[in-house]
Design a protein around this ligand. Structure first.
Ligand code: GLC
Ligand code: CA
Length: 537
């Protein structure tokens, strides 16, 4: 690829102009034929990411783990899981990525460890074990029941009685994922050291798992009942997690981490997995003075339906609550919530193209999930092949395997993910119909649309940093200006639509036949069609 990529206006804050890409490592590419994606597989496909125009990747956890929660149950914070490679391979990955102007972010899981982490193994051995108070322990109530009413995000009580010491320990997720006690200064120091360990190896930053959850109420007060105003997942659990999660004291931790991040050149980037339904409170994770996380995932956007009014409403609120330097994040797929071509678009490609156009042209930093660029859909995983503990233990409907299946590189058996005779760790979707190789050969494909949108963004200042201004539109059309001279319009309906007169040129359309079309007068849009209009050349 050309060596003249403009780096944009924000050299130190490269992520402001950049596009990030989440790699679920176990499912990206298997280099050694064991059916499991690995770090060497990522290295082998960096050229794809370079060609696509990605500026940074976030790797789902690569650290050792017994894999009850596929890496999110960490048993060692300074090493690489042997299924995925080793530290040397990770160092090589960072160097190879850098050679392609791609930065590497890791997933940091500070809320809990695996119950097999040596800290917890030791902590549970006796009341006075040195790491005992690294975790949240409490005595049973007089009747033997758990210390309070908290429930696990994965269902059931958040407390487990440990018979050896007759105290309960807290687990906001699986029972094999005991929560750390972030009131403990030693825990804080340890994680600062872990952060420095990775940043010192050239890691560009972190995606912080369960960022809103680290601190729990010091007095372990009961969570209050959910109300009708709460989001569906909160109502389902019946409690509003204001004491078990979402404590305001967590902000101290991020101010400290931001200082550490700013000590690097360029500064490391901190990305929060911030499931905070209240948008004002969510915005606080950026810090009141731009002194906490650089980027915060916006789950209100993720869970808005793919309808013009709903999306516009969320984006308008987001723009309103964010303080001046706070950079919005747009993402629509990940390893928990599913893939947008299924979740938002019911597998209709025209709709998925509109979604990609929105992600890449709103004001802010887009995060793509591996496979988004080819419109990969969720893959139904038969019960016998279920790997996600949530699906196995709680309910098959909630299992997250369908959005974690192997990347579809080619239409061959094994999909270019693994060898033709190898059984992949999760089943492969319909790679004969949807794969990188075929789409690369087809300039009208979703893959080329994705790449061309990224490229357009890179060379169009208004798309990188122009202000967002929504336009009054027919009900099912979502349209906005970026800066003074770019217009984005998406018709999210089955009926043709038109926008008031415009002057300019279609810079790119979801239907590539319209690229370059002059616009003079009314802007007509076919059903499920999107355009970016800019000044005439
Ligand atoms: C985050 C991760 C999810 C994991 C959970 C517990 O939400 O994204 O995959 O199960 O944390 O660690
Ligand atoms: Ca492998």
């Amino acid at each position: 690829m050309g060596s003249d990529r403009t780096r944009g206006t924000h050299e130190r804050e490269w992520w402001r102009d950049g596009v990030l890409y989440q790699i679920y490592v176990r499912s990206f590419a298997d280099s050694n034929g064991d059916g499991i994606g690995d770090l060497q597989g990522v290295i082998d496909h960096l050229d794809h990411l370079r060609w696509l125009g990605v500026d940074g990747v976030w790797l789902s956890p690569v650290t050792p783990s017994p894999n009850l929660d596929w890496g999110y149950d960490v048993s060692g914070y300074r090493d690489v899981h042997p299924d995925l490679g080793d530290l040397d391979t990770l160092d090589r990955l960072v160097a190879e990525a850098r050679a392609r102007e791609i930065r590497v972010l890791l997933d940091l899981v500070p809320n809990h460890t695996s119950d097999r982490h040596p800290w917890f193994v030791e902590a549970r051995s006796s009341l006075d074990a040195p790491h005992r108070d690294w975790y949240v322990w409490a005595d049973p109530r007089p009747d033997g029941s758990p210390p309070n009413n908290w429930v696990s995000i994965f269902g059931g009580p958040a407390w487990e009685l440990d018979p050896r010491t007759n105290q309960y320990f807290l687990h906001n997720f699986l029972v094999e994922q005991p929560d750390l006690d972030w009131w403990n200064e030693d825990v804080r120091r340890e994680f600062e050291d872990i952060i420095l360990f990775w940043l010192g190896r050239g890691i560009a930053g972190f995606r912080i798992d369960v960022a809103q959850g680290l601190i729990k109420d010091r007095d372990l007060r009961d969570d209050p009942p959910a109300t009708d105003d709460d989001p569906p997942d909160v109502r389902r659990r019946g409690l509003r997690p204001v004491h078990s999660l979402n404590r305001p004291e967590v902000h101290q931790i991020y101010r400290r981490w931001r200082e550490i991040a700013d000590g690097f050149e360029p500064p490391a980037v901190l990305v929060g997995e911030t499931w905070v339904p209240d948008m004002d409170r969510w915005s606080l994770y950026y810090g009141v003075a731009d002194d906490e996380l650089h980027l915060c995932f916006n789950f209100a956007f993720v869970f808005a339906g793919f309808r013009a009014q709903a999306l516009r409403g969320i984006v308008d609120v987001t723009e309103k609550v964010l303080r001046p330097l706070a950079q919005p994040v747009w993402t629509a797929s990940n390893h928990d919530v599913g893939r947008f071509p299924t979740r938002w678009c019911e597998g209709r490609e025209a709709a998925s193209r509109c979604a990609l156009m929105a992600l890449l042209t709103l004001r802010g930093t887009p995060f793509l999930y591996y496979g988004d660029e080819i419109g990969m859909t969720d893959v139904p995983v038969p019960a016998a092949e279920t790997r996600d503990t949530v699906g196995l233990r709680l309910s098959p409907d909630e299992g997250r395997d369908p959005c974690r299946t192997p990347m579809q590189w080619t239409g061959e058996p094994g999909a270019g993910f693994t060898g033709p005779d190898v059984r992949p760790w999760l089943p492969i979707g319909d790679a004969a119909s949807v794969n990188v190789e075929d789409q690369r050969a087809d300039p009208a494909s979703m893959l080329h649309l994705c790449r061309d949108l990224i490229e357009l963004r890179r060379r169009t200042l208004a798309l990188r940093s122009g202000a967002y201004a929504p336009l009054a539109t027919p009900t099912d059309v979502w349209a906005w200006r970026r800066g003074s001279d770019v217009l984005v319009a998406l018709n999210l309906s089955d009926r043709a639509a038109a926008l008031p007169p415009e002057q300019g040129t279609i810079l790119i359309s979801t239907d590539r036949r319209r690229d370059g079309e002059p616009v003079r007068g009314e802007l007509a849009l076919e059903p499920w069609q999107g355009v970016v209009v800019g000044p005439s050349a």
